[in-house]
Design a protein around this ligand. Structure first.
Ligand SMILES: Nc1ncnc2c1ncn2[C@@H]1O[C@H](COP(=O)(O)OP(=O)(O)O)[C@@H](O)[C@H]1O
Ligand SMILES: [Mg+2]
Length: 235
C-alpha cells in the first residue's frame, strides 16, 4: 500500500531523515518506534506532504506521491492523527468531526455514514457532540483526533504518538479501539515513544534512530531483541 525508499527531509541545516526505506502492506498494523528527535513525526509529515521531502520512490497504492500536496494525499486515502492531537479547541466535537470530512462536504450521505461509524467506535463523541473540543479530557481529545482523521474516509491511518501524555488505562482503551479498527480492515501506522506497548499491539515494527531505519521486523521479535530491549525497553 505504501512504499518508501531513500526518503530524505531536512529543516534548513538539520537533516531529519537520511534515506528511509519503509513499506506498509494493506491491512497491516505497523509501529514506528524511536527516541525523541529520531524523525518519526517528520516521516509521517513527509508522507502527507506537510514537509519538503525527496525520495528515490514514494508510492501509495502504486501511485507516485512525491510531488503531491497534503490535500491530494488525503484525497488518495491517507489521513494523519497529528502529534499533540491538534483538535480545534473552540469548536464543538461535532464540528471537529465535520471538518475531518471537509473534502467530501458535498456528499451528505457519505458524511453522515462516516459520522455514524466513528460514533459507533467512540460512543463518547456522540454524547459530547455539542461540547467544545477543548473541554474534553486528553484521552477524549485523542479519540476525537482519531475520529476526525477517520472522517476523511482513509485507507491508511497514520497516528503520531498515540499514548503521549495519557494515563495507562486510557492508552489501553485507545489501543483496543485501534485494534478493533484494524480487525475491520483498516491499515494503520502508529508512531510511539512507548515502545513496549506498541510492540505488543502491532504486527510489524520499524526502529527509527536519527533519521535512518536502525532495525525492522516482526514486533514480537523486536520485543525479544537484546539491542531493542537495552535502548527502548529499559533493559
Ligand atoms: N520545524 C522544525 N524546525 C527545525 N528542526 C526540526 C523541526 N521539526 C523537527 N526538527 C528536528 O528534526 C529532527 C526530527 O524531529 P521529529 O521528526 O519531530 O522527531 P520525533 O518525532 O521522532 O521526535 C529533530 O532533530 C528535530 O529537532
Ligand atoms: Mg514526534
Amino acid at each position: 500500500m505504501l512504499r518508501i525508499s531513500g526518503l530524505e527531509s531536512r529543516y534548513g541545516g538539520i537533516i531529519a531523515l537520511k534515506g528511509v526505506d519503509l513499506e506498509v502492506r494493506a491491512g497491516e498494523l505497523v509501529t514506528i518506534i524511536g527516541a525523541n528527535g529520531a524523525g518519526k513525526s517528520t516521516l509521517l509529515k513527509a508522507v502527507m506532504g506537510l514537509v519538503r521531502r525527496e525520495a528515490r520512490a514514494m508510492t501509495f497504492e502504486g501511485r507516485d506521491i512525491r510531488g503531491l500536496s497534503p490535500l491530494e494525499i488525503v484525497r488518495l486515502g491517507v489521513a494523519l492523527v497529528p502529534e499533540g492531537r491538534q483538535v480545534f479547541g473552540p469548536m464543538t466535537v461535532a464540528d471537529n468531526l465535520t471538518m475531518g470530512a471537509y473534502l467530501d462536504r458535498g456528499r451528505r450521505a457519505v458524511v453522515r455514514e462516516r459520522l455514524e461509524s466513528v460514533c459507533a467506535l467512540f460512543p463518547v463523541l456522540r454524547e459530547r457532540s455539542r461540547q467544545l473540543a477543548e473541554s474534553l479530557s486528553g484521552g477524549e481529545q485523542q479519540m476525537l483526533a482519531i475520529a476526525r482523521a477517520l472522517m476523511a474516509g482513509p485507507k491508511l491511518l497514520l497516528v503520531d504518538e498515540l499514548s503521549l501524555g495519557l494515563a495507562p488505562v486510557v492508552v489501553h482503551e485507545l489501543y483496543r479501539k485501534l485494534m478493533a479498527l484494524h480487525r475491520q480492515g483498516m491499515t494503520i501506522v502508529i508512531v510511539e515513544q512507548n515502545a513496549r506497548l506498541a510492540l505488543r499491539a502491532c504486527d510489524r515494527a520499524y526502529v527509527l534512530a536519527t533519521g535512518v531505519v536502525a532495525m525492522e521486523g516482526r514486533a514480537r521479535d523486536l520485543l525479544e531483541n537484546e539491542a531493542v530491549r537495552k535502548a527502548y525497553l529499559g533493559g
